[in-house]
Design a protein around this ligand. Structure first.
Ligand SMILES: O=C(O)CCC(=O)C(=O)O
Ligand SMILES: [Fe+2]
Length: 314
């Protein structure tokens, strides 16, 4: 009898109090992070934060933000792809997204807030900045665990120092037309993306054998990590970027927040990840160069993880 693999997004519990570097719990969790990412390019993380109250506050911000008039939202302009306002095309957009680049810097959150609310909105600014800091900490923990599992701890400082963050605030509704695709299949052009959302399902992950797995957070402290094309190139293809899409087919609105990380400087796989079994797959490249290449590609290829190969594959 043929047995079929039942795919499930791997879950890693980061909420335990005894998850301290040096402990056996830490080491086995580091390996679970690496194994999950190598197999699926994505993980569900169950954390001890945010509190239920903070989770609701963050989602409340999104509701408040997207209620603003279209002409105000369109002031969120950024020349980099998928960094500014998206969704203006239709009068009833299925998907809207807005971005705060360098969101761990409070001044950037303040600039965005003033653009949206010229009379000020301290609650928005404080909450969105605190959220960005929380997820940046989570990403650092994850990078530390991944590096440790590969024996690459010495690269941690330089990796973190060259990381910047883009926070994207996202809204999805069911389409009134035939198609209800909120965000068609794609891989992210980030190093890594960390997503958090309300209770409405829509995110789907494609496995390496082409099966789509729907994701629904198991609690308000759940996050999904998806590895982007830059994470794949950095890992010399040990980790494949995660192909995913969003389809909302209920009346309820889906709100999500994505934190996308980018690397400055020259990107290349650590030499420890290159050996006879894993010959080098990419030439050194710049993250911005990949984004420019993305802009120059036609719409059909935009979602494709092969783009990074076309850009800097050996
Ligand atoms: O809404 C989500 O959970 C995912 C959004 C997404 O894939 C993206 O912004 O790249
Ligand atoms: Fe994405």
């Amino acid at each position: 009898m043929e047995s079929e693999t039942v795919h499930k997004i791997p879950v890693v519990d980061l909420s335990g109090e005894n998850l301290k570097p040096g402990t056996s719990c830490w080491r086995s969790t580091c390996n679970d992070v690496r194994k999950g990412l190598e197999e699926y390019g994505c993980l569900e993380l169950v954390c001890s934060k945010p509190s239920l109250d903070f989770h609701h506050q963050v989602l409340g911000l999104l509701e408040e933000l997207f209620k603003l008039p279209q002409e105000i939202k369109m002031k969120n302009v950024n020349p980099k792809p998928a960094h500014g306002y998206m969704g203006k095309i239709s009068t009833f957009p299925i998907h809207e997204g807005m971005g705060i680049e360098y969101a761990t810097n409070k001044e950037e959150c303040q600039k965005f807030t003033t653009l949206m609310w010229p009379d000020g909105n301290d609650h928005f600014c404080e909450t969105v900045h605190s959220y960005a800091m929380l997820v940046a900490e989570l990403q650092k923990l994850l990078v530390m665990m991944l590096l440790e599992s590969y024996g690459l701890e010495k690269h941690y400082e330089s990796h973190i120092n060259s990381t910047t963050y883009l926070l994207r605030l996202l809204k999805y509704r069911r389409s009134q037309a035939d198609t209800n695709l909120g965000f068609k299949g794609h891989t992210d052009k980030s190093f890594m993306s960390i997503l958090h959302q309300n209770h409405v399902k829509g995110l789907e992950i494609r496995t390496q054998d082409g099966e789509w797995i729907p994701y629904l957070p198991s609690s308000h402290t759940s996050f999904v990590v998806v590895v982007g094309d830059v994470g794949m190139a950095w890992s010399n293809d040990r980790i494949k970027s995660c192909y995913h899409r969003v389809i909302v087919n209920t009346e309820e609105v889906r709100y999500a927040v994505g934190m996308f990380s980018f690397l400055t400087g020259e990107i290349m796989a650590p030499e420890e990840l290159i050996d006879d079994e894993h010959p080098v797959q990419y030439k050194p490249f710049q993250h911005q160069g990949l984004l420019d290449f993305y802009v120059s590609c036609n719409a059909q290829n935009k979602g494709d993880s092969n783009m990074v190969k076309a850009y800097c594959g050996v």
